[in-house]
Design a binder for this molecule. Sequence first.
Ligand code: FCB
Length: 477
Amino acid sequence: MSNPDHPPAVGVLDQGPELIFPPGFLWGAATAAYQIEGAATEGGRTPSIWDTFSHTEGRVVAGHTGDVACDHYHRMPSDVRLMAELGLKSYRFSVSWPRVQPGGSGPANAEGLDFYRRLVDELLGHGIEPWLTLYHWDLPQPLEDAGGWPARDTAGRFADYAELVADALGDRVTYWTTLNEPWCSAFLGYGSGVHAPGRSDGADAVRAGHHLMLGHGLAVQALRASRPQAQLGITVNLYPVTPASDAPADVDAARRIDALANRFFLDPVLRGSYPTDLTADLREVTDFGHVRDGDLAVISTPLDLVGVNYYSRHVVAAPVEGAEPEPYWRAPSCWPGSEDVRFVTRGVPVTDMNWEIDAPGLTETLRRVHEEYTDLPLYVTENGSAFVDAVIDGQVDDVDRLAYFDAHLRAAHEAINAGVPLHGYFAWSLMDNFEWAWGYTKRFGMVWIDYDSQARIPKSSARWYAEVIRRNGLAAQ
Ligand code: FCB
């Protein structure tokens, strides 16, 4: 512990013997293109739905946009050096579709692809495994104008784009995930409209969810054909859904939300079918006429891994006559057919997003995916928390975030002990960034961003995480 080559251990690592992760465990951090890159109009990039949405008055808190963000597009080499200093084994980033294929169809934009070639080269040069996400919500605007994800053709466009990225980067990127959190794209983008493109129609949200998964399946087939060595997967955001009481109506509310939030994606992708209770719950919303023969076979094309994003748990209760919905889930709802279900808060500690802190929910979620769905390797592709941070004497001592990571890593370790093949963990996020409809008002980073000067300050959680990675583990409690 007094080894002069390494900084002193921080916080809980000082206590007791260690909780060790499996050899080769992939320790990483994640970001997404629109949240960090900036350079929105440079290098041939054209608008995505998030450019349009953030530039529309009233959509994003304080009118914030991703125009500049963390200016990562210009600061990429020093950002990669920072990752190396933290000892990251892997970096999960997303490719901006409108940067590499402006407009969403036609030829590649060489200048856009060059940025990602340089990024991947920098990463490999520092011994950091690139983990590439093809779609983290930035649909090229012309594809939205042509109908967006509710339109079937968008799935085909996505597969073409996947091929174009594979041609450019497939020789040096091993890990590929197609979509990030299709639930958010479909149900926040087209259901509640709190995310881009800001449309509110339950049937469109369901169609969008289907076509996102179809695009995923087609992309996996295209990538598999051109890059047989690649490790291919998808990232889904999952929540344990708990009824507020044992009352049958509350239990049924939990079943409905679980179907929409989790099984809507897990079942088609990993089992090749939609849950029958889900289609029954949605019968007033859609007849699923958009599902064609053969779609589910494409959607369930075999994968090499599954990425799980975990933040919190949903606790729900049956509708009560005249009760007001929770503000975040305000009408129009992101739960088509189940708009009246109430989201209940239990009074446990929450993050700055007002999300309940529930580390055991991570163990539960990972065990569920493994025990009910698949033997594939699992990765936590996002996990993290927003808290109000402050720079004091040039330091950011984010004890709450550090404690959140610590608790969730213990929960991940418990899942491994229970037999889950968990192969890696990516903290969300490497750095503070544009938090979608919340703009820059929510900070999730392990690295503080000063948005005026673009200075980067590693917070306490970053130094602590570096030590966790170095030891491949935590102190036992
Ligand atoms: C996830 C998103 C990610 C970030 C975190 C806080 O839903 O994938 O971009 O916004 O939430």
